[in-house]
Design a protein around this ligand. Sequence first.
Ligand code: GCU
Length: 676
Amino acid sequence: FSQSGYGLWLDYEKVNDASILSDYQNQIRSVYFLGESETLNLAREELKLGLNSLLGSSIDFSSTNSNNASITVATFDQLERKTQRKLKKIDIAKDGYYIGHDSGKIVITAKEDIGILYGVFNFIRLLQTQQPIDNLAILDAPKIDLRILNHWDNLDGTIERGYAGKSLWKWQKLPKYIDQRYIDYARANASIGINGTVLTNVNANAWVLTPSYIDKVAALADAFRPYGIKVYLTARFSAPIEIGGLSTADPLEAKVQQWWKTKIDSIYAKIPDFGGFLVKANSEGQPGPQNYGRTHVDGANMMAEALEPHNGVVLWRAFVYSEHDATDRAKQAYSEFVPMDGKFKENVIVQVKNGAIDFQPREPFHPIFGAMPKTALAMEFQITQEYLGFSTHLVFLPKLYEEVLQADTYQQGKGSLVAKVIDGSLDNHKISAISGVSNIGSDLNWTGHPFAQANWYGYGRLAWDPYLDSETIAEQWLRSTYSNDKDFVKPMTDLLIESREAVVNYMTPLGLHHMMDTDHHYGPGPWVSELPRPEWNPTYYHKADSKGIGFDRTKQGSDAIAQYADPVAKKFEQLDQVPENLLLWFHHLPWDYTLSDGKTLWNSLGIHYQKGVDQVREMKKVWEQMSPYVDPISHKEVSMLLDIQLHEAIWWKDACMLYFQKHSKLPFPKAMEKPK
Ligand code: GCU
């Protein structure tokens, strides 16, 4: 059972390094744990489980006897009250914690109970990753307020773009039946600092807002609450018609406003800490305020007003594009939303996908980031791998997230990082949020691919601290999940870090994008050109013809580049400055265009596709050597998945290069293996 992957990064195995183990055992003999509450009780049980398992011995826990306890755990207030002495003030921010030493003993403290739980999980992580604990002074707190998972789960149990089984939510058994899995899910999320979950698909079903479903949602909220997790729902804009019996959902109609107010009040009567709504409106056929000639501001503010007295928020998505504007889909969200800056209520957060198209293996950061200073903007990342090989391909996404978060928008001069837009520090926002489209399902190992767990984990860690580097995340995940052995950690960290570039290389190198096959979005389809909406066709994006390839977004083309702040725009506009990995995102170039390394564009394309394939081959080789450090079942599973990944990397290379060759009419570069 322990080999199924169910335990995620929280299977606490005994420390296997004898000297580190004895050091820990010497330093940790007993715990003085103060306080009782649902959350504190969970923290105590977690610490017990962690210490007993990691140290392989039973640690004494007491709530009365502080004498010589090696670890004291208590909120700051409790600590002062019990010790009857004024302690040096530590400025612990909301949800934060402090782990340090006091008179040679370890102290874990926080302002709130949830901070204690986070502190405990972080202390356990130190032991799991075999870090020294003799001189601790860790003051830590999340930099983003709302750290949310977006489940795209339907009420019938299916999941849109979910590749790891069915939905976790057993609606038919709720509210009375609380699956143990809900608790395990909440625990895993709390361990990485996630504090919110949107239970339902953005393509929403109004039924979830009916009283019997709200009872079910309330039961889930009760199960998650001790772990500090709030529930949110997606709100279908036309719900007043579908379940309310009204003839309109016009946000400026008093009866519609009243309907939402009554609905929201009734939700809070059952779920006092309900998080709020996530809304996809006037996007891909979903209803919205524009159906009534109103704007996104009208729609979002109507809901925000009803949520405000309860401290609820509206996460209003900016993922909009229309078939009626044929020039460039990448420009549409910015054009529509930026003029509305300053008009949204304070409890509206506009949720923006990381790039302007749709969760591609590589996109430049979305130009909206930094361009709406008067609006709180949430980042939306996709954890589920809709365009990156589902749960079959091994791709470490924190590398992608880091690239976006670290991008400099220059909207307020150098250093205006996307991370600062998201954490609210660039424009001093009261509220900040980040969302990750979940890759979790009912599969025994939660995420389908054992390594897809790293993407859930890494998303959570970056939601807590968007400045964390992906290498640290990779290393900590590997150590917590598999092994601390340096012969495992080093090569596997390198493998994870490289895996993202590998997928870019074998799917969409040099800034290509949206080349997947129709509907399922799996596998290559660069030839697809007949779909009814022009911007759904891959040919719309790569624009390959006998002369060349790429989307011209310069002044001569769609001018999408103008949506970026000046130094960024200049860089993207100029061929000698544009990053090569975004070249064809911004430029249409001849096949014989010479790149900085002297190769022609055509040859370079082939070489990149080949490199992607070679990188997967290398991943396979490295993994084969890892069997001493990994349980045999996981090892075999990942080996089989890597076989498929290699096969499909070759498929992408061959399909794309054969297709492009029909246009370029050029021979494949020598370094490229010929398609069979
Ligand atoms: C993509 C995805 C859809 C999803 C949409 C969204 O288009 O393919 O399944 O509904 O994004 O984010 O709203």
